[in-house]
Design a protein. Structure first.
Length: 229
């Protein structure tokens, strides 16, 4: 009985040491992975990586991670040549294959969300045009035009959609022309715009977009996403 007790205590101690070593290895790996995450264009103010699954060390030995959660905040990139800030991007990456010497990592598939605030969306609209949340999943776009010697300012209710897998499209649902020839066309030239969004990790694409009170939220998906290397 004494020998069995010693064996059990030894097994518990060794098991505890293995768990501690495994968690320490995860912590170090997450920190190093965050430093190595690369964007196609631009920079991120902060990067956070969370490696899921246990044990981690056996996954490393197999050079394959089951799931990795990545959060990037304050991404500064461009939209059709204009500087833009993506408030936050979160993505769950699955079946992450590690390269030789762990110098690269590629995820088989991913899904997540990205958000751009209305202040940042205003920054990529036409000069002098502002974008804010409207209601019922719409946005309110406000701009001014010069016509017949006077300045006309209008706010229009607009729909946000995607054109392809990387371009944000904003279109007014309707524009009151007030019987003034050419007014609707002039206002649409100010309030309607397309912006191609760059800077996401290679392989990620925009899948869906929704206007919400705290910003425009994109669903992102992808295959063979390159994280580093």
């Amino acid at each position: 009985m004494r020998a069995l007790r010693i064996l059990l205590i030894t097994a518990i101690i060794l098991g505890g040491l293995f768990v501690a070593a495994d968690r320490l290895a995860v912590y170090v790996a997450q920190s190093r992975a965050a430093d190595r995450i690369s964007l196609q264009q631009g920079t991120a103010a902060s990067k956070d990586v969370s490696i899921k699954g246990f044990p981690f060390l056996t996954q490393v030995a197999d050079k394959r991670l089951d799931e990795v959660e990545v959060t990037l905040s304050g991404i500064r990139t461009s939209a059709s040549g204009r500087p833009v800030r993506i408030s936050e991007l979160t993505a769950d990456l699955y079946d992450v294959r590690l390269g030789e010497g762990f110098g690269s990592a590629v995820a088989a598939r991913a899904q997540g969300e990205a958000r751009i605030s209305y202040e940042d969306l205003t920054a990529v609209a036409e000069d002098g045009v502002s974008v804010a949340y409207g209601e019922n999943g719409k946005v309110k776009v406000t701009g001014s035009v010069e016509i017949l010697g006077r300045t006309v300012t209008r706010s229009v209710t607009s729909t946000v959609s995607l054109a392809g897998d990387d371009t944000v499209r904003v279109r007014a649902d309707s524009v009151p022309g007030e019987g003034i020839p050419g007014l609707e066309e002039l206002i649409r030239k100010r309030t309607d715009f397309d912006r191609r969004l760059a800077g996401l990790p290679a392989g990620l694409k925009l899948q869906k977009v929704e206007a919400k009170p705290d910003g425009v939220v994109f669903t992102v998906t992808g295959e063979n996403i390159s994280l580093a290397g």
